[in-house]
Design a protein around this ligand. Structure first.
Ligand code: PBG
Length: 327
């Protein structure tokens, strides 16, 4: 049937029709809120490049987790900002490290939120790289032990899920094996599987003070030009035991999400990263776009592309919109 018999606009005439034929509906269940833990008490340091986001001391991160959970957000991703850094990033796997302490408090006070922890070394190393540095290079295999130690220390403190974001080869297998051996066979691994070497991480590195002091991350994170390689990376991580695989960033990589959705039957997470957040906030502040509408459109597009869950700094704002009936 063609025009004039067929008119696609017919079903766009009423809000009720539009709701009936809507293919993708955003829910608070889709959202994961990233939070940054810092030492101290009563600390709430605004992150200037990410308006509305803060470095939070543990008492405040507990409050943020509760607010999120009460708005229907099922999960959080926890990042730590330690007081001290050193070459081997020992703070990442210290029993009383910032993340380990935060996990214990959050699990005690907000037990129902799914607490996912970012497993990486870059916030904890003085050189800012995600692995052990030998000369000017990142030593893959030497890093695996430290990542596994970090993941174990998180599970031991009570983390519900661990999420390696370092992009070393073989880390999912190593972490899975160590968790299983230590009695954590029920702790899932969310793997940052297709993680690109992206300039969109800029504000995060500012927030977490984790920018590399020399060079860049191109020898371990993926080239933004590659799509087939993403399928390969994801396939590898699944074979190594990943339970959920992630594509990161999200908005410039919707094709990757879509492609992985077609090839893979595991849950897919997408990370709507700091730079994506910052751009929308900046343009909204300048009065150039309607930030709330662009936020909701971005999130629904990530879900439409095939993501089952979205890590986003917009989680609270978006959950409020959803609650008010705006999707
Ligand atoms: C740690 C890590 C990064 C992000 C998440 N985990 C930074 C990086 O890889 O440089 C970025 C998150 C964001 O930009 O929102 N490796």
């Amino acid at each position: 049937m063609l025009f004039p018999e067929y008119r696609p606009r017919r079903l766009r005439q009423h809000d009720a029709f539009r709701r009936m034929i809507r293919e993708t509906v955003l829910s608070a269940d889709d959202l994961i809120i990233p939070l940054f833990a810092i030492e101290g008490k009563g600390v709430k340091n605004p992150i200037s490049s990410m308006p509305g986001q803060y470095q939070l001391s543990i008492d405040n991160i507990v409050k943020a987790a509760k607010t999120a959970y009460d708005l229907g957000i099922p999960a959080m991703m926890l990042f730590g900002i330690p007081d001290k850094k050193n070459p081997l990033g020992t703070g990442a796997y210290a029993k009383k490290g910032i993340v380990q302490k935060a996990i214990r408090s959050i699990k005690e006070k907000v037990p129902d939120i799914a607490l996912i922890t970012d497993v990486c070394l870059c916030q904890y190393t003085d050189h800012g790289h995600c692995g052990v540095v030998v000369g000017q290079a990142i030593d893959n295999d030497a890093t695996l032990d430290l990542l596994a130690k970090t993941a174990l220390s998180h599970a031991d403190a009570g983390a519900d899920m661990v999420a390696p974001s370092d992009m070393m080869d073989g880390r999912v297998a190593k972490i899975r094996r160590c968790l299983d051996e230590d009695g954590f066979s029920n702790v899932p691994v969310m793997s940052y599987a297709a993680k690109y070497c992206s300039a969109f991480y800029g504000p995060f590195r500012h927030a977490a003070d984790s920018a590399p002091k020399f060079g860049d991350r191109r020898t371990y994170q993926m080239d933004p030009a590659n799509a087939l390689e993403a399928v390969r990376e994801v396939t590898l991580d699944i074979e190594e035991g990943a339970d959920i695989i992630m594509v990161k960033p999200a908005l410039s990589y919707l094709d990757i999400i879509c492609r992985i959705r077609e090839e893979i039957d595991l849950p897919i997470a997408a990370y709507n990263v700091s730079g994506e957040y910052a751009m929308i906030k900046a343009a909204d502040k300048a009065g150039w776009i309607d930030g709330k509408k662009v936020m909701m459109e971005s999130l629904v597009s990530i879900k439409r592309a095939g993501a089952d869950m979205i890590l986003t700094y917009f989680a609270i704002e978006a959950a409020k919109e959803i609650k008010n009936g705006n999707r």
